[in-house]
Ligand binder design. Structure first.
Ligand code: MOS
Length: 709
């Protein structure tokens, strides 16, 4: 037995030092097992059958022929599946029956789960699922998303639908310079490398699920709701997750697996295929956004209006709140923002990296660039002239708004001072060259979490928290945070995550994971150190301290808390082929305390890469005839590949809030914000043509014609 070790006097703090992932070796050697790889005795395999029609009723499921096929154990559908409680409310307090499968005969969209075929092997299940005949009474469907639909309505989602102050019309009429433009973004899909996968097993009245998700206690509580269980009767584990981006919450596969496991009384695994993910994983709604800006001749905003229309299913009211960023970024005497929604026969959209901010910043930051052009002002100068003192809508002070510092540092490193503002005048052979910039912001929130820290008798520490590492490096970040908080070295800290048995914790979402979990770990560490100071010896079972940050988070002063960033892009455009290449990108961010520079940079570059993808490649197209997606795979749905991302750098400036006990703001999402606008603004600078519709496809560049300088 020993007393608690402390960090060697000379050892520097761990937070702020670049560390490779603590589980990195396990991942690259294959020792780390993902949800679909974890062995279970007596495992059966379920395969989801998705509807081929976009609206109507299921008339019959012809299960008998399939039940005679080799290895087939069961066919679950609305006629025989266990009943669920569907009147519960989801994460936002809005009923979300998206994952409540097999409860009725209604088909709300193409790709709705209509049956689960379970067999001894995945191959048998798949073959039987392909054979299963489902008969429908088809009804006409409507997937026509466009501005001006009479059935569009203001909808809240996770923020109020409408904010309004002053008289926008009057201020616009009195403005020396006006921008009034419509921008659109297409339906986009998260495509994490690891498909969604879950295995469910019942033990008496207890449900155990091995899953790939962004929050084990989140999925635990949703499953408890659906199956009318006490949360303590549900355990969800999710040790390694190959990407989530907002798509890995409660979905059809976990629910279907739990149902089948209860019927068959053996473990059942359901894995989504890449193709099924296009219907079942959620997606980002397309948007139509109108931005109207009125300014004095010197660029000072007098009127700002941002109205954003998005689309959801008939199942669940999800809002892509693209008008949100305008509530934080820019003030004006008259200021109006609105998120509107139309409900169509499509799958339920969901959170997808920077929901609202990603498409919203494309429209808003493009409009700012158009205003700079009209005012004859440098786009950075325009933004600096419009830096608000307080939250434009909330009136609250900012807890650190270091946007100007990002622009200054970015401009210096990017070489912005040498930029000739005229569009369409730079050539490199067949290429027209241009540079563009845009601002980024993302909320820095925190969610209540609990953690347990144990001082072990051998001088090491064990941290248990139901955090999720979805590829971000969260496990490593928490190791560094815990090491500093315990005044020890990372080598003496073991962090266990991804298990709902560890107690409630915030999800890996909203860029709030590391901030929320670090708070809980730090709080527990403080108490543990106090306990150790009073304890001579550590007993064999160790000394364990638990924390709960609910109170501390509630006591935090109300402020506008955000990370910020300045995005820069250089593009080359060949107007005779329509090809756009990004030559380099630089993002400078103010994101609070950076825990691990290596993985933080990785997150930011990942977000920026997605911004390139959003600007130039990503577009899901729905077939008006079937209502389903065209090319629901990574051949049909284009994403940026290595060759599309030649030189990309992310860095940060000093940022922090002395009042904040954690100081971390989160880097998961801010990297994508503004990135597409920076690319689009660079395309304008190269060609003199504004592209207000994403992606900037070759045919759109061709149709726009030669430079108009
Ligand atoms: Mo993110 S869209 O909050 O997982």
């Amino acid at each position: 037995m020993t007393t608690a070790p402390i960090r060697p006097a000379a050892a520097p703090p761990s937070v702020g030092t670049a560390r490779t992932r603590v589980e990195g070796r396990d991942k690259v050697t294959g020792a780390a097992r993902y949800a679909a790889e974890i062995p279970f005795t007596g495992l059966a395999h379920g395969w989801l059958v998705l509807s081929t029609v976009a609206r109507g009723r299921i008339r019959a499921v012809d299960a008998d022929p399939v039940l005679g096929m080799p290895g087939v154990l069961a066919v679950l559908h609305h006629g025989n599946a266990p009943r669920l409680t569907t009147d519960y409310v989801g994460l936002l307090g809005i009923p979300d029956p998206t994952a409540a499968v097999f409860q009725h005969d209604r088909i709300p969209h193409a790709g709705w789960p209509v049956a689960l075929v379970v067999a001894e092997t995945p191959e048998q299940a798949r073959e039987a699922a392909d054979t299963l005949a489902v008969h429908y009474d088809e009804e006409p469907h409507d997937i026509a998303f466009a501005a001006g639909r009479p059935d569009a309505y203001p909808a809240d989602g996770h923020m109020p639908a409408v904010t309004e102050k002053g008289d926008v019309e009057a201020r616009l009429a009195a403005s020396a310079v006006v921008v009034d433009a419509e921008y659109t973004t297409p339906e986009e899909h998260h495509n994490p490398m690891e498909p969604h996968a879950a295995t469910a097993r019942w033990d008496g009245g207890r449900l155990e699920v091995v899953d790939s998700n962004q929050g084990t206690t989140w999925v635990q509580s949703e499953l408890a709701n659906l199956f009318a269980l006490d949360p303590s009767a549900v355990r969800v584990r999710s040790e390694h997750v190959g990407g989530g981006f907002g798509s890995k919450g409660i979905r059809a596969h976990q629910v279907a697996a739990a149902m089948a496991a209860s019927v068959l009384r053996r473990p059942v695994r359901v894995v989504l295929t890449r193709r099924q993910m296009f219907s079942l994983a959620g997606h980002r709604s397309p948007t139509v956004q109108r931005v109207r800006l009125g300014a004095d001749a010197d660029g000072r905003l007098r009127a700002l209006e941002h109205r954003a229309l998005s689309r959801t299913s008939t199942v669940y009211e999800f809002v892509e709140p693209s008008a949100g960023p305008a509530r934080v970024m820019y003030d004006a005497d008259a200021h109006r923002t609105a998120n509107e929604l139309v409900r169509l026969d499509v799958p339920s959209p969901t959170w997808m990296r920077a929901p609202g901010e990603a498409p919203g910043s494309f429209a808003l930051e493009s409009a700012l660039d158009e205003l700079a052009e009209k005012c004859g002002l440098d786009p950075i100068e325009l933004r600096l002239r419009n830096e608000p003192e307080r939250g434009p809508v909330s009136g609250l002070p900012f807890a650190g708004r270091n946007l100007a510092a990002c622009f200054r540092e970015g401009a210096r490193r990017f070489g912005w001072a040498e930029r000739d503002p005229r569009p369409g005048v730079r050539r490199d052979g067949r290429w027209l060259l241009g540079t563009g910039t845009a601002a980024a912001s993302f909320p820095a929130g925190a969610g209540p979490s609990t953690a347990a820290l144990t001082a072990e008798p051998d001088g090491t520490f064990t941290v248990r928290i139901a955090a999720a590492d979805i590829g971000t490096g969260a496990r490593t970040a928490l190791t560094l945070v815990a090491a500093d908080a315990l005044e020890t070295v990372p080598e003496r800290v073991r962090v266990h995550i991804g298990d709902s048995a560890f107690g409630p914790a915030w999800i890996a979402g909203g860029s709030m994971g590391t901030r929320s979990w670090s708070w809980a770990v730090t709080q527990a560490a403080r108490e543990l150190r106090e306990r150790l100071a009073l304890t001579g010896e550590i007993p064999p079972e160790g000394i364990t301290v638990r924390s709960d940050t609910t109170e501390a988070i509630g006591a935090l002063a109300q402020k506008e808390r955000h990370s910020f960033g300045a995005q820069f892009a250089e593009v080359a455009v060949d107007v005779t082929t329509g090809e756009v290449r990004v030559r380099r990108m630089l993002g400078i961010f103010a994101a609070g305390r950076i825990v691990n520079p290596l993985t933080a940079r990785n997150q930011l570059i990942g977000g920026m890469t997605w911004g390139i993808s959003m600007a130039l490649h990503e577009e899901a197209v729905r077939d008006r005839a079937t209502g389903g997606p065209y090319g629901a795979d990574l051949a049909g749905y284009h994403v940026a590949a290595h060759a599309d991302v030649p030189r990309i750098e992310a860095d940060w400036v000093e940022d922090g809030d002395p009042e904040d006990p954690v100081g971390i703001k989160g880097v998961g999402e801010v990297g994508i914000v503004g990135a597409a606008a920076a690319v689009a603004n660079a395309v304008w600078h190269a060609t003199g043509v504004r592209h207000r519709h994403l992606p900037i496809r070759p045919d759109r560049v061709l149709a726009a014609g030669a430079p108009r300088a």
